[in-house]
Design a protein around this ligand. Structure first.
Ligand code: C2E
Ligand code: MG
Ligand code: MG
Ligand code: MG
Length: 285
């Protein structure tokens, strides 16, 4: 906008921007209270093995039920939490809650209930030097092993700097697996894979969407290339945001062994995810 005006190089301060700032401050304050008052909870979206159809894992996704605003989506409050630094205590709560739930599932449905719970981790958590110890403490206090949690990080957070690199290496040395979330949307996908101890690639939903219309050959080509890359590097390939059978079948045929999406299951309360574990004939045996 500043360039278009042609007169000055500064950006005009518009009323809408002030509103954004106020909303941000208000929302951050309310989120701080909300965390303390227990307004957050987790849902779990099942991850399925697309070949066998069996439940493979679950991704923890945070929800905020505000007393007056009602449901606030993570798309709104996660960015606020990231900018304000609240993501650090919020993320710590998510990690502990997800691990406690994982331990309950294992108690209820046996060690094979699901192998791992996926937890999203923000770059600010990875920047703190205490994060590796925090993860180790939560695992030991909840009686889990490092195989029982997969941390989801984005490409941009992975290239943040040496401190993050050290943290990721520390987690990897501990045996905690890392998934690259929203893969394909970042800047430096390929070189990242050589430099970092990544275990799982999660193809971004935008590429999965492209498969539905069929007309978008560019996104289709990326989806296929990511599957091949995963195979060559012996990484797990997961496709996110599968909304219909055609997408599921084409992704599976491309080499995506695992998938998530509303076509199979939306994010569910922990008990409903547990019911899927109980219903699994192999697990229940
Ligand atoms: P994400 O980690 O990439 O999670 C996938 C998002 O796609 C989730 O949205 C999920 O509900 C949605 N999704 C899954 N399948 C489908 C589908 O078939 N169709 C459509 N339209 N959507 C689908 P959600 O739960 O709203 O979360 C949005 C983002 O917020 C997450 O993207 C993640 O980046 C962030 N987030 C959520 N929970 C946490 C958390 O505990 N910590 C951090 N740091 N970020 C989180
Ligand atoms: Mg994720
Ligand atoms: Mg994702
Ligand atoms: Mg995403």
């Amino acid at each position: 906008a500043a360039k278009e005006s042609g007169k000055a190089s500064f950006v005009r301060f518009e009323p809408r921007m002030r509103d954004d700032m106020i909303n941000h401050a208000t929302l951050a304050g309310e989120l701080r209270n909300g965390i303390a008052r227990g307004e957050l909870r987790l849902l779990y979206q099942p991850v399925f093995d697309l070949v066998t159809g069996r439940l493979h894992g679950c991704e923890a996704l945070v929800r905020w039920q505000h007393p007056i605003r009602g449901f606030v989506s993570p798309g709104e409050f996660i960015p606020v939490a990231e900018r304000s630094g609240l993501i650090v205590p919020l993320g710590a709560w998510v990690l502990r809650e997800a691990c406690e739930q994982m331990a309950r599932w294992r108690d209820q449905y046996g060690d094979g209930a699901v192998e791992a719970v996926n937890v999203n981790v923000a770059v600010r958590q990875l920047r703190s030097s205490g994060f590796v110890d925090e993860v180790a403490a939560v695992l030991s206090e909840t009686g889990l092993t490092s195989r029982n949690v997969i941390l989801e990080v984005t490409e941009s957070s992975v290239v943040d700097g040496w401190q993050v690199q050290e943290t990721l290496q520390g987690l990897h040395d501990m045996g905690v697996r890392l998934a690259l979330d929203d893969f394909g949307t970042g800047q430096s996908s390929l070189s990242l894979l050589r430099a970092f101890p990544v275990d799982v690639l999660k193809l971004d939903k935008s590429f999965v969407d492209g498969i539905a219309d069929g007309a978008d050959r560019g996104r289709l080509a990326v989806a296929a290339a990511v599957a091949q890359l995963a195979e060559h590097l012996q990484l797990k390939a997961v496709a996110e945001g599968i909304e219909n059978r055609e997408q599921l079948e084409r992704l599976r045929d491309m080499g995506y062994r695992y998938g998530q999406g509303f076509f199979m299951a939306k994010p569910l309360p922990a008990a409903d995810c547990g019911a899927l574990m109980a219903a699994d004939p192999v697990r229940a045996a």
